[in-house]
Design a protein around this ligand. Structure first.
Ligand SMILES: *[C@@H]1O[C@H](CO)[C@@H](O)[C@H](O)[C@H]1NC(C)=O
Ligand SMILES: *[C@@H]1O[C@H](CO)[C@@H](O)[C@H](O)[C@H]1NC(C)=O
Ligand SMILES: *[C@@H]1O[C@H](CO)[C@@H](O)[C@H](O)[C@H]1NC(C)=O
Ligand SMILES: *[C@@H]1O[C@H](CO)[C@@H](O)[C@H](O)[C@H]1NC(C)=O
Ligand SMILES: *[C@@H]1O[C@H](CO)[C@@H](O)[C@H](O)[C@H]1NC(C)=O
Ligand SMILES: *[C@@H]1O[C@H](CO)[C@@H](O)[C@H](O)[C@H]1NC(C)=O
Ligand SMILES: *[C@@H]1O[C@H](CO)[C@@H](O)[C@H](O)[C@H]1NC(C)=O
Ligand SMILES: *[C@@H]1O[C@H](CO)[C@@H](O)[C@H](O)[C@H]1NC(C)=O
Ligand SMILES: *[C@@H]1O[C@H](CO)[C@@H](O)[C@H](O)[C@H]1NC(C)=O
Ligand SMILES: *[C@@H]1O[C@H](CO)[C@@H](O)[C@H](O)[C@H]1NC(C)=O
Ligand SMILES: *[C@@H]1O[C@H](CO)[C@@H](O)[C@H](O)[C@H]1NC(C)=O
Ligand SMILES: *[C@@H]1O[C@H](CO)[C@@H](O)[C@H](O)[C@H]1NC(C)=O
Length: 761
């Protein structure tokens, strides 16, 4: 049941790209060149448009002027009177156009206003699908004339009616309102209109006739418009813009003037007008006209990581080819190879007959594949323009469906901003329970339940990465010692994550910020510490080996281990975690972590493996044993890095000098020694000499069980698992010797753990 909830969450995540970016991250990328104005009021000015010569492409084509003194500021094509209300990087532009009027008075006078003749710059054409030539009146007809390409065009419309009753809301088919479409490639527009009878028969209810070119969706006819249109000065019209007047091939030949910049920008031909346009390739977003303007589209990447592109993400062998699927990949045997059996690699096909059959089968499959691909490609081409919109629509409704389904299962996943505002008293300072590089954690109350709400600091791409990472990782984890993610909120300026609230603070606070033994209830005695170590090791072991893909936490430290009222450990903060494929454990990524806990080998090589978490866990063990901070500036030089100091004490057989006085008792000395030894192997400089988290967890589990019984050396074999025996292989010394060593002057050569790394998995 838990699993299915997680899967639903992932499905929602896959749907998110649409809503998520539309609502939370409008234009997280630069639109204009550096130091260039990218706004006029609230109209954005993306490059190639610009307000000065240095800021636009091929002056004066994309020159616009902004009149800041009018309210709101107005944007114009060049320094003309053609007003722009919106510029889109998809190649559309909204212009505001005057309405032509033709009014008749009873005394015989006629009052006409002709909208200015529109002559668009060469790079613009009137969008033929979005606009309509519209005539309003009950005794009128009108023309629209102009030029398309290098010839003239003309079309017209008639609007008549006898009474107001005849007019129909939303209907523009000639009764009081007439609409007609215009041809492609139009760049000059001239409107004229006339009346058949000087409106004499309809004067009672229709004095003025109107003509305009308008974006169809921006004008819905209503009978009142015959009288109330005087109040409206301008109506929007959609214009398509493109670069130059040549084809993609011509343009890309001259690289200095080629407008599509950077690796992820591609050229395409608009369906209307001249020239070419640029767009970001699939999986990228941004301004394709700027240098390196297209950046990774995070949500697209999440929606489908193509594991086949990056060999560290798939485990296909050289005899296999990799086939990407949404959310995964398949390894398939190459031609002439076949699977020996389930779970085994591909080997050369044996017989000729087999190869022939395989070849034939492959041929058929390839043919089907090709047909499929052609079909898909054709479909893609036909629907490419509308893809984004459809994705949004489908995604949106699917998301809604999923949400309904989940609401029925009473799980909360999406919180509204209002709800979280209310829960945190409008993110009041007094509700802050934690702050760090990642952002701020607030305490809040939702439906009488206390929750923790994490707000990232800002929506930089790095933060979004971590945010998305955390959701992805946590949605794949189902473990009682991991802080539960209850949901998220996508409405605000920055993303918000909602967690279960863990009441008792962090392990760090308990070890370092409290007076020892102030109250017995609150003190972390050895049993509690061992338990915390065991639970944390259990989580890490689960992340490394049992979760459905290997997860490396990357920031294991005492301040990321939360404690509840029963001192149960809850591991938190998966913002830096990495999902790693099992058979590709060596991932080279930028070094990240907390100094003192950070694996020195990883720091040197940048090679991330599970063993980095083992090192950090070793440092936490040292903290648990000694009650000392791993790094502190207030200590003598050699103790500043306490992990190193601890190891030197251990080697010098002075372990009991550094142990936390509060926890040492006669009956647990053996356990302390063994945990200290475990810490020592975990802190091994070489990752391959460290145990796996599974081994560590088993060792701690064994120690805990042993502790419950009167400790007796001869019982030891019974309590220890098979794995622990070789874990605790003591070379020449017998188990009994090891067990009997109780003195503080402890012999490291006997207690040393030797780990069989080759059998580790
Ligand atoms: C932007 O302006 C600042 C200060 O006016 C200047 O130092 C910087 O060089 C400019 N950057 C570019 C790319 O022109
Ligand atoms: C732009 O500003 C105008 C007036 O300031 C406002 O009416 C309009 O809603 C704004 N548009 C957007 C998309 O914010
Ligand atoms: C401009 O158009 C885009 C879609 O084409 C829309 O998302 C945006 O809100 C519009 N901006 C303004 C200021 O109207
Ligand atoms: C800008 O707008 C104001 C107010 O609408 C107008 O008075 C002024 O002449 C305009 N400036 C320019 C340069 O067009
Ligand atoms: C527009 O600018 C050009 C060049 O800057 C100038 O020659 C022209 O007179 C201007 N037109 C108007 C209407 O201001
Ligand atoms: C006719 O009537 C209109 C408004 O009723 C008025 O503006 C106009 O001056 C009149 N013309 C004549 C010639 O009387
Ligand atoms: C617009 O059309 C009218 C009538 O057809 C004509 O008289 C006028 O000269 C045209 N205007 C332009 C600028 O071509
Ligand atoms: C319309 O009015 C004009 C004068 O304004 C007149 O010459 C013409 O004959 C009238 N037409 C009709 C059909 O009434
Ligand atoms: C047309 O009339 C309706 C109803 O009065 C009004 O809501 C709408 O704004 C009018 N259209 C225009 C373009 O003025
Ligand atoms: C394209 O534009 C250039 C310069 O604007 C012009 O010289 C050329 O004749 C145009 N070509 C076509 C086919 O319109
Ligand atoms: C016309 O504009 C719409 C958006 O308003 C756009 O989807 C369509 O592709 C444009 N048509 C052409 C021919 O460019
Ligand atoms: C590759 O990894 C998958 C799990 O992601 C596993 O099921 C499969 O057996 C592995 N294949 C090989 C050849 O190791």
């Amino acid at each position: 049941m838990g699993i299915s909830k997680e899967i639903q969450f992932i499905i929602i995540l896959l749907m998110l790209p649409t809503t998520f970016f539309v609502t939370s991250f409008p234009a997280d990328f630069p639109l204009a060149k550096p130091n260039c104005t990218d706004k006029c009021g609230n109209i954005s000015i993306p490059y190639p448009f610009g307000t000065t010569q240095d800021c636009n492409y091929q002056h004066p084509y994309f020159w616009v002027t902004c009149n800041q003194t009018s309210n709101p500021p107005k944007l114009f094509v060049w320094n003309s009177t053609i007003e722009i209300s919106n510029i889109s990087l998809d190649g559309q532009l909204k212009l505001l156009q005057y309405i032509s009027q033709d009014c008749y008075f009873q005394n015989g006078t006629r009052n006409t206003y002709n909208a200015p003749f529109i002559r668009l710059p060469l790079y613009m054409t009137v969008n033929n699908t979005a606009n309509r030539f519209t005539i309003l009146g009950c005794d009128t007809y009108g023309f629209i004339t102009g030029r398309r390409q290098n010839r003239n065009y003309e079309t017209g419309c008639t609007a008549m009616c006898d009474a107001l009753d005849d007019l129909e809301q939303g209907s523009c088919t000639g009764v009081g309102c007439c609409q007609t479409s215009i041809p492609k490639d139009v760049w000059e527009v001239n409107l004229t209109m006339r009346s058949y009878n000087n409106n004499s028969d309809v004067w009672a209810f229709n004095k003025c006739n109107y003509a305009f070119l308008v974006e169809e969706s921006a004008f819905k006819f209503s009978p009142e418009n015959l009288t109330n249109l005087d109040a409206v000065e301008k109506l929007p019209m959609v214009v398509d813009w493109a670069i130059g007047n040549g084809t993609c091939e011509d343009a890309s030949a001259n690289s200095s003037s080629y407008a599509c910049k950077g690796l992820h920008s591609e050229c395409y031909k608009p369906t209307n007008g001249y020239g070419y346009r640029c767009r970001c390739t699939v999986g990228y977003q941004g301004n394709p006209y700027l240098d390196e303007g297209c950046t990774q589209d995070y949500m697209m990447t999440i929606a489908d990581i193509n594991e086949c592109i990056d060999s560290t993400l798939n485990n296909c062998t050289e005899n296999e080819y990799c086939a990407n699927t949404v959310g995964g990949f398949h390894c398939k045997c190459k031609k002439g190879y076949k699977k020996e059996g389930p779970g085994q690699g591909c080997v050369h096909g044996q017989s000729l007959a087999y190869r022939l059959a395989a070849g034939l089968a492959l041929g058929v499959i390839v043919m089907l594949l090709v047909i499929c691909l052609i079909y898909l490609e054709l479909k893609r081409r036909s629907s490419n323009e509308d893809k984004k919109k459809n994705f949004l629509q489908n995604g949106g409704t699917l998301l809604q469906e999923k949400l309904k389904q989940i609401e029925r299962n009473t799980a909360r996943l999406i919180y509204s901003l209002t709800e979280l505002r209310k829960a945190t008293n409008n993110f009041h300072e007094s509700m802050i329970i934690g702050q760090g590089g990642f952002g701020t954690v607030y305490k809040g109350i939702i439906e009488n339940k206390i929750v923790a709400i994490k707000q990232s600091k800002e929506v930089s791409s790095n933060q979004v990465d971590q945010f998305v990472n955390e959701i992805v990782v946590l949605s794949q984890i189902n473990h009682k010692n991991v802080v539960k993610l209850l949901g998220c909120c996508l409405e605000g300026q920055v993303p918000l994550l909602v967690y279960e609230f863990i009441s008792n603070g962090t392990l760090y606070e308990h070890l370092h910020c409290k007076q020892p033994k102030t109250s017995n209830d609150d003190f972390l005695n050895w049993d509690r510490r061992l338990n915390i170590a065991l639970e944390t090791a259990g989580v890490l072991s689960y992340l490394h080996t049992d979760a459905f893909t290997t997860i490396i936490h990357r920031d294991v430290k005492s301040s990321n281990i939360l404690l509840d009222n029963n001192f149960t450990a809850k591991v938190s903060d998966f913002g830096a975690s990495k999902l790693v494929h099992l058979d590709q454990p060596h991932l080279t990524i930028s070094v990240q972590g907390t100094f003192g806990y950070l694996d020195p080998e990883y720091m040197e090589t940048g090679q991330l493996t599970e063993k980095s978490d083992v090192y950090s866990f070793g440092a936490v063990l040292v903290e648990l044993l000694t009650g000392m901070r791993v790094i502190s500036r207030n200590r003598p030089e050699e103790e500043k890095n306490f992990v190193m100091f601890f190891l030197s004490k251990l080697r010098g057989k002075r372990l009991f000098d550094v142990l936390d006085d509060g926890i040492v008792r006669e009956e647990n000395k053996e356990q302390l020694i063994q945990v200290a030894n475990l810490a020592q192997v975990c802190l091994n400089r070489k990752g391959k000499d460290r145990p796996t988290m599974k081994q560590v967890a088993m060792e701690l589990g064994g120690l805990k069980r042993d502790g419950k019984h009167p400790w007796a050396p001869e019982n030891e074999h019974n309590y220890k698992s098979q794995e622990m025996e070789y874990l605790l292989d003591d070379g020449s010394n017998s188990k009994d010797d090891y067990g009997n060593s109780t003195s503080a002057g402890y012999d490291t050569s006997r207690g040393h753990l030797i780990l069989p790394m080759n059998d580790a998995r």
